[in-house]
Write a protein that binds this ligand. Structure first.
Ligand code: SF4
Length: 334
């Protein structure tokens, strides 16, 4: 049985068993209570164990996550849009599927959480205070969970400095458009990071593609040009702050590049290849391997795949919690 919503929503059910027939969906408990900050500030990192040789052994935690934002602002509003048919099944240019999407069409986090706002600075600092320390007395590296973390980073680092907290590394996962628009704040944060001996690693930007048609089908909400501006800015910041800033694959970053997709054509392939060549993306940006488009059942693209199945009288391969859009029965369609 799955729980949907804040984890503390399980507490009443631990006292009283769930009666399956009272649920609208027998496999899912939907918790309607809001996310409460008081449940999100304390993590007991020393209370984690693994089973080893038949005994519980304490788990040594070397990197962690600090929650600053619940969900993603890009998923805050629903939008009706048209998504292209897969190239392999398309008969006419007008073949499209109309869908309601929230955030990126492939993102199950967007569907699962939507957007529930940002935690207070105090709540974020309380989480940081509780992180384990390294041997040098600094807190272990952590990922700041916030797709738009850059604007508030200078204020966070100022409080870290004022409170005498010693950090080692902050990992960021940012959208390319919000990264580019927050470059002034980032430079400010990097100056502070320099004074405090902190490294900031841009660990992941979900570029996904450098072709506008594919980005539109993914409902990424930005264009290839913005992705390329982000690449340029990443490299500029490295020149300006070589010790504080890290962004490259060789420095531990894994940026998102989705390929193949159901919408790959000669034109989309050529656009991707041109961006790779002109901007030398293989040098530092592209991951070791691209990831094929993964369609989770719950994502908007899950609805897209099921609608195509209905219209075409076919069934794509089911792969656990995902839909294998590349295969119908035993036949590969790409
Ligand atoms: S993929 Fe990233 S930007 Fe897109 S909706 Fe999900 S969390 Fe937001």
């Amino acid at each position: 049985m799955a729980l949907h919503g804040p984890a503390e929503g399980i507490l009443p059910f631990l006292k009283q068993p769930i009666l399956r027939d009272t649920l609208s969906d027998p496999g899912l408990v939907n918790v309607s209570s809001p996310w409460k900050e008081s449940f999100l500030t304390k993590v007991h990192w020393d209370n984690l164990y693994r089973l080893e040789d038949g005994a519980l052994k304490p788990l040594s935690v070397t990197s962690a996550q600090v929650l600053q934002q619940i969900g993603c602002p890009h998923a805050s509003q629903s939008k009706v849009m048209e998504i292209d048919y897969p190239v392999a099944l398309k008969r006419r240019e007008e073949d499209k599927v109309t869908l309601t999407v929230k955030g990126c069409s492939f993102c199950d986090v967007a569907i699962d959480k939507g957007f529930h706002g940002v935690l207070s600075l105090d709540a974020v600092l309380q989480q940081i205070q509780r992180l384990p320390q390294q041997e040098d007395g600094r807190k272990i590296p952590f990922e700041l969970i916030n797709e738009n973390a850059a604007p508030a980073l200078p204020a966070l680092l100022s409080r870290v400095q004022a409170d005498g907290i010693r950090l080692s590394q902050i990992n960021l996962t940012l959208r390319a458009d919000w990264f580019v628009s927050a470059q002034k704040s980032l430079r400010e944060a990097l100056v502070l990071a320099g004074a405090l001996g902190i490294r900031i690693l841009l660990g992941s930007v979900g570029f996904e593609s450098f072709d506008d048609r594919i980005l539109a089908n993914l409902h990424k909400g930005l264009e290839a040009e913005t992705n390329l501006r982000a690449v340029t800015l990443m490299r500029e910041l490295k020149n300006e702050f070589p010790s504080q800033w890290a962004y490259a694959r060789q420095e531990g970053a894994v940026h998102g590049f989705i390929h193949p997709t159901p919408w790959d054509t000669v034109e989309t392939e050529s656009n991707n290849r041109r961006a790779m060549a002109l901007y030398g993306l293989e040098q530092d940006i592209l991951p070791e391997r691209s990831i094929p488009l993964i369609i989770h059942h719950a994502s908007a693209l899950g609805d897209w795949a099921r609608e195509i199945e209905r219209r075409e009288g076919i069934q794509f391969k089911r792969e656990g919690t995902t839909i294998g859009w590349w295969q119908v029965g035993e036949r590969f369609i790409v």
